[in-house]
Every structure is written in structure tokens, then in C-alpha cells.
Write a protein that binds this ligand. Structure first.
Ligand SMILES: [Zn+2]
Length: 519
């Protein structure tokens, strides 16, 4: 996306005749942007290549609800050739009411395209390395937190962009006809015209339910990293002729045909791309076990320095050699997704795990969240031990200082709401929470992150080693818990999560180490 202002461009136009050259980065090749705008070399830049096999499906992302998008809208909508793109000003009545963490108000939309002989496609985002014909960006600012685009543009959580990719087809897309026909009127950079009717919703792809989400930046200087990106999976079709007009009509500030108006893909680094849907790749038969092994191989490659167990020993039959998971601060994006063997609908449970970490912060070891409840069943360690059930917090007020392995169990029974904590097999505090409640099914279970941490905040990530995490849908008795903490039993396995048997998908550079939790 670019955030060139119409005012700025008008200024340029005035001086253009006198030999004005370039706006600001105009003279700089994108590889050199960072010299003048250091943020352009930062770690969370846009666009990116969306690699579908690395995308993390999140059932929890809510669908979009738009207000004021449905047309035809009548008015005077400015259309500008800003020397980099064609930009259409949007009315502030266009808002994203739901689907993002805040309400966002539309500002403008613009296009990125290609057109050079050898490289005809021009989208900024690519999917599995594939560049599409062109890309539409609809720029919004966070109107919950800020009063205008200018205020929001360089602030945290300031912007959200909806991105749509274009493909060519045989039929004219009539919702683009007026905009494209006006291009001839704004051939020179800085020129402006207007259209009187606009139907924004109709200009988008039909399927607005399938999309990718990640945290990124402006794709032009100053490359501010405050953009929540949504890239829709289904493509908008324009006719070949429409695309040709787009590629051949506008001129830049040097009166060269405006082409290849996109920034190349930036490294993903520690970010995770979420998807609102199961990408085809997975549905096409990458069974969980296979994807687990692929992820493991990937992790192994990433961590060549580390001793990694043989992949072939990771089958269910090889439980004794199942590795522990090490979530290193060097890999802040690391997490594990747990494929629950049955729906989690609990009126009692016991959750036990071995943990080795530093006693600091709120580190979410296990998080289970549903659409309605971020903290449906969550256990955190760190400076304190906390448990959430149905969104309610139980704070056990224990300040553990050990940096060695510790065995924790929590159990809860809805009948009286009784909640108990066991540390190293010893029964500790007892609290009451959520009497009569039932933990809801249909959520996502993660180790070392909660689902909001996946978009790159990492405020509540777990860093350290984790092993033998089990979840039962009933109460273990004190003797059973004691024997687990003394490593005296290998037969007590969770019926919902069973360590070494439940399929787990590792991501983001989780390090696998031989399990020494019970040594
Ligand atoms: Zn853009």
C-alpha cells in the first residue's frame, strides 16, 4: 500500500513543470529505502510471500462486517494519479465494523500492477511464490483509537489494509469500467479527476470469508510497521483489456509509463500468517501426521546446531523417545498446535505438565480458546501461576522461583467449582471458580502461545522447556498425581491430550530435545 496524499501530489504537480524530480523515495531504489527510512529494513515488513503450508488456520477469526460499502454510493470521489498508483478517495462512511480488533474507517484505495514485457504480473503479495496480475489495497485507519488517518498513520495499531488479488478473464468487470475509463484523464502524475458513483463492495471478490491475516507495514517509505493486513484468497477478475489499460495508461513523474508498481516480498521472520479457512493444500491430503513430520523436518533444518531426535522415532509407537519441546527466545514465534482427539466439553478436568522456565512474566503454557472466549481453558506460569476457566481467572498466588523442572497439575470440578493446584505432587492452594460451568467445545488448543500472540505480539508467550503435558476429562486423585510427579507411571495418559500420542504440529522454530524431564 502507499499513503501518498493528494495534497502532496498537487504540490508535485505544480512544481513538475519546473523540472521537479521524484517525490521522496522516487530517486531511491527499494533496496536502498532503508538508508533514508530505517524502518524499511525492519523485521515485520510488507508485502510478503504467503506460503500456504506455513499458514496457520485459525477458526477463531471472525468474519467481516462492512458498513457503507454497499453501493452505488453517490458523490464526488476523487481519483488521482499520484505518480505511483491510481488512488480513489473513499468516504468516511465506509467502515469495517467487525472482523478486526477495532472499528476501522476507510480512507482510500489504490492499485499495484505490472506490465513490463518479461514480468507482466504486478501484485505485491504473492501466494506460494506466485505473483498475480495486480493488487487492490483498501486503506483504513483505526477510528476507535484515533480521530483521523493523519493521526493514526504512524501510531501503533493505526492502520488496516484489505488486499485483493486480480486475475485476468474473458469478461469485462463492469464495476471497474468507470474507474478504468477515467484513467486517460489522469494520464500525467499529479492529475486528478472524479467519479460520481462507486460500488466498493461490488469491486471486491465474491468470497470475503477466506482470507489471510498478518501484521506488517506500509509497502512504501516510511515503511511504518503498524498495518494489520488481510489478503483475500479469492481473486477479482478483470478482462485482459481492462488490465492492459491499467498497465499502459498512466505516466509517472518522469513521464515514463507507470509499471511494476510493487515492492518485492519481504522476509516473514518471526511472524505467523493466520488463515480464516483450511487452505486447499491441507485439505488435499497432507494428513496431520505428515504435516507434523514435515514441520519437524523443517524445524530440524532450522536448528541444525541442536541435537534433534530421529524423525522416524516420532510415531505413536515410540512414546519413550518422544522429545520435549523447547521454546527459545531466539525463536519468539515458536508454538505448537494440538489436534484435540475429541471435542473439549468439560465439567471437570485435570491438566498436568512438566515445565522448566524462568519465573517471570505471564507465560501461557497451554491455551484453549473459542470464538467467544479467548481464555476458555488456559494455564500460565512465570511470576505467578494462573488458570483461566470460561474466561474467569484463578490466581493461585504462588511465586515459584525454581528454574529447574517442576511438575504442575491443576484439576477442576464444576459441581462446586473447586479448583486445586498440585506442585511437584503436593496439593497446594484450593480456589473456587465457575461453579456449574461447562468448558465449551470447538476451540483451538495451543502450547506456548495464545491465539492473539500468534499475530506477532508475543506478550504472553511461554519460553522454556515443556514435556509430558496431559489433559484428562476427569479428576485424577492425589496418589495418581503424586506418581506422575515422581515419574513412577507411564500408563496414566490424558484422554483428551496424551503426550506422545496426540498429534501436535510444531511451528516457528520449536526446538526438539531428548526428554530429560524425568531424570
Ligand atoms: Zn498499496
Amino acid at each position: 500500500m502507499s499513503i501518498f496524499h493528494a495534497e502532496k501530489c498537487m504540490k508535485c504537480m505544480k512544481t513538475q513543470m519546473g523540472g521537479f524530480r521524484g517525490i521522496y523515495e522516487g530517486e531511491l531504489d527499494e533496496a536502498n529505502w532503508g538508508k533514508k527510512y530505517p524502518l524499511c529494513d525492519a523485521k515485520h515488513q510488507s508485502p510478503i510471500d504467503i506460503q500456504r503450508k506455513k499458514v496457520m488456520y485459525s477458526k477463531e477469526m471472525s468474519l467481516f462486517e462492512f458498513e457503507g460499502y454497499e453501493g452505488p454510493l453517490h458523490g464526488h470521489f476523487k481519483v488521482t494519479n499520484n505518480g505511483h498508483s491510481v488512488q480513489i478517495e473513499l468516504p468516511s462512511t465506509m467502515k469495517i465494523k467487525k472482523g478486526l480488533p477495532h472499528v476501522y474507517t476507510a480512507v482510500q484505495m489504490h492499485l499495484h500492477w505490472g506490465g513490463l514485457d518479461l514480468e507482466t504480473s504486478g501484485s505485491e503479495h504473492t501466494i506460494d511464490g506466485m505473483r498475480y496480475m495486480a493488487e487492490l489495497h483498501i486503506v483504513h485507519y483505526n477510528s476507535d483509537l484515533y480521530s483521523s488517518f493523519d493521526e493514526a498513520k504512524d501510531k501503533p495499531e493505526g492502520l488496516a489494509v484489505l488486499a485483493f488479488l486480480y486475475e485476468d478473464g474473458h469478461f469485462e468487470n463492469t464495476y471497474y469500467s468507470e474507474v478504468i475509463s477515467k484513467l486517460a484523464k489522469i494520464r500525467y502524475a499529479g492529475q486528478m479527476t472524479e467519479i460520481k458513483a462507486l460500488n466498493p463492495l461490488a469491486m471486491l471478490s465474491e468470497n470475503l470469508e477466506n482470507f489471510y491475516r498478518y501484521q506488517g507495514s506500509l509497502t512504501t517509505p516510511p515503511c511504518t510497521e503498524n498495518v494489520l493486513w488481510t489478503v483475500f484468497d479469492s481473486k477479482v477478475i478483470l478482462s485482459e483489456n481492462q488490465i492492459k489499460q491499467l498497465e499502459n495508461t498512466l505516466l509517472d513523474w518522469h513521464n515514463n509509463t507507470l509499471r511494476n508498481d510493487y515492492r518485492h516480498a519481504q522476509p516473514l521472520n518471526d511472524r505467523v500468517v493466520l488463515s480464516s479457512f483450511q487452505t486447499k493444500l491441507k485439505a488435499e491430503g497432507c494428513q496431520h501426521e505428515i504435516s507434523t513430520k514435515l514441520s519437524l523436518i523443517e524445524t530440524e533444518l532450522q536448528d541444525v546446531k541442536k541435537r534433534v531426535l530421529s524423525i522416524s522415532s516420532l510415531g505413536a509407537s515410540a512414546v519413550p523417545s518422544y522429545p520435549l519441546f523447547y521454546f527459545s527466545k531466539k525463536h519468539p514465534a515458536s508454538y505448537v498446535e494440538v489436534q484435540l482427539s475429541k471435542p473439549l466439553q468439560l465439567t471437570q478436568f485435570t491438566l498436568c505438565t512438566w515445565i522448566k522456565t524462568k519465573p517471570e512474566g505471564i507465560q501461557k503454557v497451554f491455551s484453549y480458546s473459542t470464538t467467544d472466549s479467548e481464555n476458555e481453558l488456559v494455564l500460565s506460569v512465570g511470576s505467578d501461576l494462573k488458570l483461566w476457566i470460561g474466561g474467569s481467572l484463578v490466581d493461585f498466588n504462588i511465586h515459584h522461583t525454581s528454574e529447574d523442572w517442576v511438575h504442575y497439575c491443576v484439576r477442576w470440578d464444576a459441581t462446586m467449582g473447586r479448583t486445586e493446584l498440585f506442585v511437584s505432587g503436593l496439593q497446594g492452594k484450593e480456589k473456587t471458580v465457575k461453579k456449574g460451568y461447562s468448558v465449551k467445545p470447538g476451540g483451538v488448543a495451543l502450547l506456548a502461545k495464545d491465539r492473539f500472540d500468534l499475530i506477532g505480539l508475543y506478550n504472553n508467550s511461554f519460553f522454556g522447556r515443556l514435556s509430558h503435558l496431559h489433559l484428562w476429562s476427569h479428576l485424577l486423585n492425589a496418589e495418581e498425581i503424586m506418581s506422575l510427579s515422581k515419574c513412577q507411571t507411564s500408563n496414566l495418559k490424558g484422554d483428551i491430550i496424551s503426550w506422545g500420542e496426540t498429534t501436535m504440529t510444531v511451528a516457528g522454530g520449536v526446538i526438539l530435545e531428548p526428554d530429560n524431564s524425568c531424570w
